[in-house]
Design a binder for this molecule. Structure first.
Ligand code: SF4
Length: 254
């Protein structure tokens, strides 16, 4: 499923309420430095466009839509950077975040600004500084074990969970951690990030990162890898309970 607009929705999000989406990535194809086996945008394709939407276009489209929503008295709960890939890969992500804050303040002051990100660009200080300005920096960590994260997220570069955890520690409670729990088989390899070893490594990572909040969820739509299974809500809730016992606020999405 691709988003063929720069500003899309609003849609009802399990986690964010009425959410107006902003897509910084191409509208015709996905652009991401991960290739997650559960990605709702499908697999990365070699012929995919590498062009980002311009800052100017994004600002114009967002202003038009927010003005309309304000006039109809239907302001969103969240203005959310998501779309066809990883928003923080946009070279002007920080400047665009400033534009969005300004437009939110003018047209929908009660709306939160959220970014759904795979956290791969947070080694870049400018990206981290921009994420720290917005309300909800929702950063992905699907396993506390690099080998498992590589199987789930298929990063397109040298990747280490330890490095991501280290960079997440710079957020000092100003980030939301998001984790997808699932099991299945992909490329002939068994994947399950709900085993005892996995949950124990994930809880260790949670304690090191010390997020403001945690969002955990499972598969909700068709996935590019077709042998994946969602986990039950009871299982999700059991994992949530373990993190709650360590003092964290956890939302398990039904
Ligand atoms: S990080 Fe997000 S956009 Fe990128 S492949 Fe994973 S789910 Fe898809």
């Amino acid at each position: 499923m691709l988003f063929n607009e720069i500003v899309f929705g609003p849609i009802h999000s399990r986690r964010l309420g009425i959410s107006l989406g902003i897509n910084l990535l191409p509208t015709e194809s996905k652009l991401c430095n991960f290739n997650c086996i559960y990605c709702e945008c499908g697999w990365n394709i070699k012929a995919g466009k590498k062009k980002f939407n311009s800052r100017d276009e994004i600002r114009k489209h967002l202003e038009l839509k927010l003005k309309l929503m304000r006039d109809e008295n239907k302001c969103p709960d969240s203005i959310t950077f998501s779309g066809n890939g990883e928003p923080t890969m946009h070279p002007e992500f920080a400047e665009i975040a400033d534009d969005v804050i300004m437009l939110r303040n003018e047209y929908a002051p009660a709306a939160k600004i959220s970014v759904l990100s795979n956290a791969t660009m947070i080694a870049n200080e400018k990206v981290t500084a921009a994420l720290l300005k917005i309300d909800n920096a929702i950063l992905k960590l699907d396993s506390g074990i690099s080998e498992t994260a590589i199987l789930i997220n298929k990063p397109q570069f040298t990747f280490s969970v330890d490095r991501i955890i280290e960079n997440m520690q710079n957020f000092k409670k100003q980030m939301v951690l998001q984790t997808m729990f699932l099991r299945g088989i992909c490329d002939g390899k068994k994947i399950d990030n709900t085993t005892e070893i996995e949950i124990s490594a994930w809880l260790d990572a949670v304690k090191k990162i010390d997020p403001r909040e945690i969002m955990i969820y499972t598969i909700d739509r068709k996935t590019p890898a077709d042998s994946l299974q969602k986990i039950s809500f009871d299982e999700l809730d059991r994992i949530a309970e373990l993190a709650r016992k360590s003092g964290y606020k956890v939302m398990a999405a039904k």
